[in-house]
Design a protein around this ligand. Sequence first.
Ligand SMILES: Nc1ncnc2c1ncn2[C@@H]1O[C@H](COP(=O)(O)OP(=O)(O)O)[C@@H](O)[C@H]1O
Ligand SMILES: [Mg+2]
Length: 314
Amino acid sequence: MLPSLRLHLSFWPLQPQATLTLSSGVTLGSAKLGAPYLNVKELRRVGFFNLPLFGYPWPMSLISFQHVRKSFGPKQVYQDLCLDVHAGESLTIIGGSGQGKSVMLKMLIGLLDVDGGSITYDGKEITECDDSEWLAVRRQIGMLFQGAALFDSLTVRENVAYGLREHLHMDEGAITQRVGESLASVGLPGIEHMWPADLSGGMKKRVGLARAIAVRPRVLLYDEPTTGLDPISTNRINRLILSLKRELQVTSVVVTHDLQSAYMVSDRMAMIHQGKVIFTGTPKELRTCTDPRVRDFVEGNLTVAGEETSALGT
Ligand SMILES: Nc1ncnc2c1ncn2[C@@H]1O[C@H](COP(=O)(O)OP(=O)(O)O)[C@@H](O)[C@H]1O
Ligand SMILES: [Mg+2]
């Protein structure tokens, strides 16, 4: 029989605290709530509403980076990266170019090794997984690479089917059906026969997204999903990120330097600066954050957006 979950809210001593326990009494996690009184927003911020109502206990953090270090030769990208991604949320990673956003995603999917620290997925330390454990984790994480990274020598169908053949060993009938469903989910039904060279930038990203969702991942990682797209395609991709989160109930991590898109798709945002996370909070909290490094990024983005608008208008 599955254990049941109990959410216990305490108001003492002074700082409100929420604790999640199993019926057996085992504590799964607890979080201090920042507000002097308890409210729905605060519970949402700490991720309690992302917990499934039934089933087995998930930890509050589906993905957790703790004290991660990473350098390339003399260049230190991360000196102490600490960040939690809650189950079911949409978290956007923002930060200037070259700050390490792509490196973070690549460490998470094992394309880059960490130099130190820990990365856990669903409570499992992934920096120490053996091959079969790693494959089981990797299967649950879909990624839309910067630039979509489609294979030019394969049709759209074969691109989308790639992960199905690689990870799931499905038969041809099931592959045809899953490819069709995935293309329909990104608004491109019936283009299986086309080649990447025939697609616009926005369509390539959507096919890349169809490939990522085809394996029915629990987590979707997006690396700069809107970079290089016109405003209409940008809007379409942002709406897609939101609808995939809703329909497939995936946890989303979106890396971007496009603040307007970030505001649109995020439950929470995290800003990386010089090897550390210097801000986490809601889009509203980002707008009112007084840290000068955050303000520089936010206001710099506004200036850039303004310049682009006026350049387009003339
Ligand atoms: N494979 C690599 N080898 C050497 N340096 C790298 C490699 N990948 C990334 N870097 C460096 O790490 C830093 C962070 O890169 P990246 O994560 O791509 O930045 P961004 O935040 O723009 O995505 C950059 O200085 C980049 O040059
Ligand atoms: Mg990048």
